[in-house]
Design a protein around this ligand. Structure first.
Ligand code: ADE
Length: 224
């Protein structure tokens, strides 16, 4: 999977994507992450990328031309990948969208800032408009990092234990069951006996039961 992230503040992406599983995936060449500084496609000596909105109103809008040029450059140089725009008024991001996007060979992700991007970019250049939840972030970079992280862990070979990603919450519309590690007893807080029994079939049954109960209690909407 080849990610191309278009950002006006590329520094914001360095830390979330520079550690742990994503870092290892990049090192092992299972995932590549290219960060494109939109300013390099800015207009004029000042490399302008945003302007006041037509019709008046507070807040700057990211201009069509720098985004168009940047997307064309990426498509010409790296392949005609679909374009996702991170925006609070997009489709709500879910595990099934992550699963679907993980099948692409590449993805271009636009991070918005200020008041958003010129609508013509959305109308003519964007394939997916994605929100990570009903709240407003200062920019799309954190949302883009969420996308990259959640998709990367689905790429074969990224997670050592192949079954691990499949047992994550949401993979089967259920939340994950509780997990425990050593010590078996701490402060008289005990690990359920069944998990210490060594009886694989019973443990599996218990986990399924707990996942169901947990989902009923916390996210009944997932069961509908
Ligand atoms: N940009 C700002 N807020 C966002 C959100 N909730 N989801 C995706 N992108 C965003």
């Amino acid at each position: 999977m080849n990610f191309h992230i278009v950002s006006a503040v590329p520094e914001l992406l360095e830390s979330p994507l520079g550690h742990s599983i994503v870092k290892r995936a990049v090192k092992n060449e299972l995932v590549s992450i290219h960060i494109h500084d939109l300013r390099n496609f800015g207009i004029g000596a000042n490399k302008q990328i945003d302007d006041y909105q037509f019709g008046g109103g507070a807040g700057m809008v990211m201009m069509v031309e720098p985004l168009d040029k940047c997307i064309s450059y990426i498509k010409d140089s790296f392949g005609d990948h679909p374009v996702a725009y991170m925006t609070p008024d997009g489709d709500r991001y879910t595990q099934s969208m992550a699963n679907k996007l993980s099948l692409e060979s590449g993805l271009i992700i636009i991070c918005g800032h200020y008041k958003g991007i010129d609508q013509r970019v959305r109308d003519h250049l964007v394939d997916y408009e994605i929100s990570i939840g009903d709240y407003v972030l200062s920019g799309g970079e954190i949302a883009a990092s969420v996308l990259v992280d959640s998709i990367s862990r689905l790429i074969p070979g990224v997670i050592n234990d192949a079954s691990s990603a499949l047992t994550d919450s949401f993979q089967d519309d259920l939340l994950a069951p509780p997990v425990f590690t050593r010590p078996a007893s701490y402060n008289n807080w005990e690990v359920p006996d069944i998990l210490l029994s060594g009886h694989d079939a019973k443990i599996l049954e218990w986990r399924e039961q707990m996942a169901l109960e947990h989902t009923k209690k916390r996210r009944p909407d997932l069961l509908k």
